[in-house]
Design a protein around this ligand. Structure first.
Ligand code: SAH
Length: 358
């Protein structure tokens, strides 16, 4: 049993079963034992690999996207480039390099702001981004006012969700209780009926933390101009299903087995994020598949440049990495991108063509 498992068990013994969001919050961000306070998370020696760690092209194309937004909002003299959960700083470093090439004036005008709670990752970000004088924040509340572009890759999936079960007698919150000293899922208290009903046994997921955060970002964008690009995994439309999962050392594990030692995530409900952005006064486009965004931003041309003067073994590695980002059976379709903009802007790059759903 981990120390955090003991702490959670004693809280449940004291106050009764715990909703999934409270459990996720403790497991991921408890100041002492939380996964994102204590673990390296990303990389071969961590628990999972993310798109910017697969290929530099991912961050570069996002940099090009940001430069197009800066242009569309009239090239403001200062722009905050904000990343939520920047991991090792790889995406930001690749984006800044690309911005330096395609829009040197933007490179000079921008200030880098990083929202991060992991002290180990903050150190890595400081090393990776040493030349860019980033400023760190615990959350978005302390971001300064003014035009901004917010990037978030695999960030929203780690924010807590609540789960609801459709039981014979109505909807109940899914909670975590005790069987002896083991953590188990139990049907909790009855909740008011959800807007959309579903067959008995269905699971619905909601996240106040995610929609509140999108609301804050969208309000800033609507007021000060700018954009957000959210890339994560989840379905096109809101649906039912249990997507709560744990990953440790690149394998799926039981989310209740080792609190604090595994990454906990759930699919992102893009339709809910888009709705929250719209009700905060911004426009939302997408989600579109990651593969479509990358193709439309020119991934093939960029890959051709990188493969030009390298040997065949290196070229094959580059091609394989690009394939991982865009192929439908890899990250190309499950991962999606949502764009949030102030209403005065045209449709952003990558989101403009009609989309054929798989
Ligand atoms: N975007 C990076 C890392 C994704 S992992 C990449 O693509 O490689 C999630 C990131 O979000 C990590 O940097 C983690 O430390 C950070 N994080 C997780 N929960 C957070 C929270 N509540 N507030 C701020 N940062 C958080």
């Amino acid at each position: 049993m981990t120390l955090l498992a003991r702490e959670i068990a004693s809280r449940i013994a004291r106050s009764g079963p715990m909703p999934v969001d409270a459990y996720m919050r403790l497991c991921l961000s408890d100041p002492e034992h939380g996964y994102y306070r204590t673990r390296p998370a990303i990389g071969i020696s961590g628990d999972f690999i993310t798109a910017p760690e697969i290929s530099q092209v991912f961050g570069e194309l996002i940099g090009v996207w940001a430069a197009a937004i800066w242009d569309a909002i009239g090239q403001p003299a200062t722009l905050r480039l904000v990343e939520l959960g920047p991991g090792r700083g790889t995406l930001m470093a690749d984006a800044l390099r690309a911005i330096g090439k395609v829009a040197p004036a933007l490179r000079a005008a921008l200030a880098v702001h990083l929202v991060e709670i992991n002290p180990g990752l903050r150190q890595q970000q400081a090393a990776t981004l040493a030349g860019s004088s980033p400023r760190w924040h615990d959350d978005t509340a302390t971001l300064p006012d003014g035009p901004l572009i917010v990037i978030a890759n695999e960030f929203f999936d780690a924010l807590p969700i609540r789960q609801f079960l459709r039981a014979a007698d109505g909807w109940r919150e899914r909670t975590i209780g005790l069987d002896g000293d083991r953590l188990v899922f139990v049907a909790g208290r009855s909740v008011p009926p959800l807007p959309r009903d579903a067959p008995i046994g269905s699971v619905a997921e909601t996240s106040h933390e995610r929609t509140a955060l999108i609301g804050d970002i969208a309000r800033r964008i609507a007021r000060h101009r700018g954009a957000a690009l959210i890339v994560d995994y989840g379905p096109f439309d809101s649906g039912f299903g249990d997507t709560f999962q744990a990953i440790r050392e690149h394998k799926k594990v039981d989310p209740l087995a080792e609190p604090g030692l595994a990454d906990l995530t759930a699919h992102v409900d893009f339709a809910a994020l888009a709705a929250a952005a719209r009700s905060a006064g911004a426009t939302a486009y997408g989600p579109i598949p990651q593969g479509a965004l990358m193709r439309r931003m020119g991934i093939a041309a960029r890959a051709a440049v990188l493969m030009k003067n390298v040997d065949t073994a290196r070229a094959a590695l580059i091609a394989a990495a690009i394939g991982r980002l865009i192929e439908p059976d890899q990250m190309g379709t499950l991962f999606k991108a949502l764009a949030i903009l102030d209403a005065r802007q045209p449709v952003p790059p990558g989101f403009d063509a009609p989309l054929q759903r798989p």
